[in-house]
Design a protein around this ligand. Sequence first.
Ligand code: UDP
Length: 525
Amino acid sequence: TSAGQALSGSLDASERTHFVLVPLMAQGHTIPMTDMACLLAKHGAQVSFITTPVNASRMAGFITHAAETGLTIQFVELHFPAVEFGLPDGCENADMLQSIDQFKNFMEACAALRDPLRAYLRQQHPSPTCIISDVSHWWTGDIAREFGIPRLSFNGFCGFAYLARIKEKYQSENYYSTTVLSNSVSVYTPVSNRYMIVHDNLLENVENENDIINFPGFPTPLELTKARCPGTISVNGVEQIRKNMNEEEMRSTDVVINTFQELEALYIESFEQITGKKVWTVGPMCLCNQDNNTMAARGNKASVDEAQCLRWLDSMKPGSVIFVSFGSLACTAPQQLVELGLGLEASKKPFIWVIKAGDKFPEVEEWLAEGFEERVKDRGLIIRGWAPQVMILWHKAIAGFMTHCGWNSTIEGICAGTPMITWPHFAEQFVNERLVVDVLKTGVEVGVKAVTQWGQEQTEVTVTRDAVETAVSKLMDKGEAAEEMRMRAKEFGVKARRALEEGGSSYNNINLLIQEMGNRANASG
Ligand code: UDP
């Protein structure tokens, strides 16, 4: 029996709901959408997963897995017009952009997928029931209207960060949607259908970088220093794109979030109240990866031999290893990487360290080769390039996760039941840090004081080797406080898994989502 049939019973194709998933081609956005495709198919939906040749080759492992297990997912490879929009041939993912200035071209090339996607959908049976679109693909709104189907939005945030963003977003069109804080705080009131500015010039009136910004009306106290507020990602020429995105996001009535009720019910409830939108919590979606093969192939082909990596982990004591990884986009300065390495060395704990400096920072490679690797060879595994992150994180040898707090990494750490050392770089990562450290109380900060904007080079060491060593020892400490933190992390891990088990909150939500979209399609058709 295929996985799809197992849950959908005797549904035939004409009764199936057909979900169209349109991810942003950036790892932190595409990976959770592949997991979403897998979950929806397991629960009986037909899925069209929209991708491009380069991205499809990255997810070859997932595509094979889907075929082998009979998941009802159609991978739709559309030609990506990179060259036509002034990008290098084959530049089909945000992590392939040579500079932030290419972002506009990239977004325009994405928008050019509109006609090919429309043409594909016209030929489909069953015809599409709904589109789940990354918020950045504003142009999927037109397609949804043409087909008379809902467009649900997904942006990869957790509920906590979504809410922080909602409180400032809608009054202005002058910033890109990954902004968490800009100069104003506004509240959307569904009744009046308007956005009410409740706090203007929030950052402008704050002179000192260390002054505290409050988020008025947040369900629990949320404070960030001005320096930790990501502000606007400054990319030239994307004003119109932002405007389109914002307009389209206001129109979408439903939001899909990769989280689970038991983790952040308070913030999700508040989000629904403020925006009048329906939130579907269907996570942690990473939990659809159950065996080592699918975990290892997630997102890209790993640059390390998985079997060797597992042997290394098996050879370590349970709960002894620190896993260090900063996601797919964060750019840590070479001197900072060296300092981090020296901190790991000083901690005397075993570690796996994922480094993506590669060709960009040859000096880091030199430094690694000039003694560091040799000195730590008995207890340090360095992975250059793409790591099988989930496979590593969920291994019993892992004691803690030093993370940049991208939401996917954060929720993967939560599922692993692992305490975290938080090292945010940009975007909503500083808000996620507050969730982990202040609300869930399952992590310690390494102490990053200020944002480094995506695409901008960090130039100095801001986190010292001592800070790294201190954070590691706080996490591994034998004292009562650390023990409690580890216990809490374990409990969230258990709750996370329960949410996606039969009868769990997210499991039920996935079924309800499929049902509800089917009903809406029937009502309109
Ligand atoms: N990831 C991975 N191997 C790597 C780096 C990242 O598997 O070497 C995965 C990670 O498990 C997560 C995603 O890529 O699912 C990164 O998303 P996240 O939101 O954490 O960060 P971003 O890359 O968007 O900053």
